[in-house]
Design a protein around this ligand. Structure first.
Ligand SMILES: N[C@@H](CCC(=O)N[C@@H](CS)C(=O)NCC(=O)O)C(=O)O
Length: 228
């Protein structure tokens, strides 16, 4: 069975090639370019919601990065990078694995959408932004005291979370300068061989985004490339 990962470039599907590199398992990576902002037809043909990632494994086609990550870990990775129920940090692992797509990324998406409303979204937008900042401080405090999100061991919870602090910032360029725990964590992440290999294959043109300063926005990048 050959595992195929469909990666929409500059997106949260970057999690899956990273996971496979960390697990050191074979996979075929199919790159899809945004058209120019949303998914191209090639992704829509694979998934009724038209979103990435999508994986294929024999007759199976599966979307949702969290579901894909769990599938890859348990079907191809012998459970590596997930903590088992017998592990003392099992609950931490579950919490941080689900926090990424359950709380952090949706809140960032909401802040991003509200920031694009012409009048700035008013009081509601301001309160959502405050809530997002409090989430950043929450993760920062966790990382100031722990090497990885689930504790001492690097796990899939880290693979699920890093996107929000790196690549996602091109869609909503926010500053991380005051979050020293997160910045030190990102330095640890980019030293990982698995991360370097995955980035080189999946998004070779994208910088690592370990700086606190907000990166150049995706729209500016498209304009500079004459695609918008
Ligand atoms: N919760 C889903 C979110 C999927 C998602 O939003 N994918 C984005 C990439 S960051 C996408 O496909 N965007 C293109 C589009 O919506 O057209 C997951 O984790 O897989």
């Amino acid at each position: 069975m050959t595992l195929t990962i469909h990666h929409l470039q500059v997106s949260q599907s970057e999690r899956l090639p990273w996971l496979c590199e960390e697990l050191d398992i074979p996979y075929t990576l199919v790159l899809h370019q945004r058209a120019p902002i949303f998914s191209p037809q090639s992704i829509k043909d694979l998934n009724p919601l038209g979103q990435a990632p999508v994986i294929q494994d024999g007759s199976l086609t599966l979307a949702e990065s969290g579901a894909c990550a769990e599938y890859i870990i348990h079907i191809h990775g012998n459970g590596k990078l997930a903590l088992p129920p017998s592990h003392k940090n099992y609950a931490d692992y579950l919490y941080w694995f689900h926090f990424a797509n359950g709380s952090l990324q949706p809140l960032m998406a909401m802040v991003m959408m509200l920031s694009r409303i012409e009048n700035g979204g008013g009081d509601y937008a301001a309160s959502v932004l405050e809530r997002f900042k409090s989430r950043l401080a929450f993760v920062d405090a966790r990382l100031a005291k722990n090497t990885w999100l689930a504790g001492d061991e690097f796990t899939a919870a880290d693979i699920m979370t890093v996107f929000t602090f790196t690549t996602a910032r091109v869609f909503y360029p926010f500053d991380l300068t005051e979050y020293l725990g997160i910045l030190a964590y990102l330095e640890r992440v980019v030293q990982r061989e698995g991360y370097k290999k995955a980035r080189a294959k999946a998004d070779p043109e994208l910088e690592m985004m370990t700086e606190g300063k907000a990166p150049r926005s995706f729209m500016e990048r498209l304009k500079a490339e004459g695609k918008l």
